[in-house]
Ligand binder design. Structure first.
Ligand code: GDP
Length: 298
């Protein structure tokens, strides 16, 4: 909890600062509710979540006395209520194995690091993990992933730069199946600049996977950089359309005051949030605990 709190320090300070002084008459009146709603919006929780929290506070406490501390606690409770339904750890349940986990996201979002952290996490849980270097577009991507694979101690299937991602994924599934791997984590190119090519590339990967196992990919995890604030929300929108996202991981919550965007994403999309990134090291991927996060944010 300490390290998680450290992770959200800036987000928490921001919301706390924004909520300070909003309790005017010591009663929860319209003016106070307006100020709370504004404070939530400028803390990146988004207009929909802000409105929902406002309405809930009004419903439960309108006209009643409230201190600043009680207000913050009430806000935290409503944030938790929004986050709880989307908190869903990634579970390895596929039968037959391997569970195929596609990882998508724009370059720089923390995709490669998240794959490494996820591989580390699953390895610690005694799952057999393999990586597939499906981002063949970026010169450095294959090498970077290979370095992480070595560090984590998991096998990797890779091809040449510019190679066909679908054929690498094909090879990887065959090898993972032959060697009894539980989870195959597939890196993909994050080229949102060229939506059509990206869509075609992902569709081809899906086709090839589907031929080997109609259930695959079992997960399509979108990695988002919390630093991008509201921009992260438009990325969800686009990737949902091009890739059929099944869950989210939000990274870089340690360095940003924009962690409120997690709440906005939960409210707007209702997609499962599997984990959060709170640093650059292998063990800096945390399970998404909605109550803890709500408490540290507000
Ligand atoms: P990719 O281009 O999406 O594959 O992104 P990378 O995994 O290479 O990450 C980009 C940068 O963000 C690297 O410097 C990472 O160390 C850093 N990074 C990734 N996740 C986190 C995180 O949760 N917190 C912090 N502070 N940095 C992160």
């Amino acid at each position: 909890a300490e390290r998680l709190f450290g992770g959200f320090r800036k987000t928490s300070e921001r919301l706390s600062e924004n909520l300070t002084g909003v309790v005017g008459t010591a009663k929860l009146d319209d003016a106070t509710l307006d100020d709370v709603e504004d404070a939530l919006i400028i803390s990146d929780l988004g207009p929909a979540a802000a409105k929902r929290i406002r309405d809930k506070l009004a419903e439960k406490r309108f006209g009643l006395g409230i201190t600043e501390r009680e207000l913050k606690e009430a806000v935290a409770e409503e944030i938790a209520a929004i986050l709880r339904p989307v908190a869903k750890p990634l579970e390895i349940t596929a039968f037959p194995r391997p569970q195929v986990i596609l990882v998508i996201g724009v370059n720089g979002s923390g995709k490669t690091t998240t794959i490494a952290k996820l591989a580390h996490w699953l390895t610690e849980d005694d799952y057999g993990v393999m990586l597939a270097a499906g981002d063949t577009f970026r010169a450095a991507a294959i090498g970077q992933l290979a370095t992480w694979a070595e560090r984590v101690g998991v096998p990797i299937v890779k091809g040449p730069e510019g190679g066909d991602p679908a054929s690498i994924v094909f090879d990887a599934v065959k090898e993972a199946t032959a060697t009894g791997i539980d989870a195959l984590v597939v890196d993909t190119a994050g080229r949102l600049q060229n939506k059509r090519e990206l869509m075609e590339e992902l569709a081809k990967i899906r086709r090839v996977l589907g031929r080997l196992n109609p259930e695959a990919p079992h997960d399509v995890i979108l990695v988002l950089d919390a630093t991008n604030g509201q921009n992260a929300l438009s990325q969800i929108e686009i990737f949902k359309e091009v890739a059929g996202v099944t869950g989210l991981v939000m990274t870089k919550l340690d360095g940003t005051a924009r962690g409120g965007v997690l709440v906005a994403a939960a409210e707007q999309f209702g997609l499962p949030i599997h984990a959060i990134g709170v640093g650059e090291k292998l063990d800096d991927l945390r399970p998404f605990d909605p109550d803890l996060v709500a408490r540290v944010i507000a």
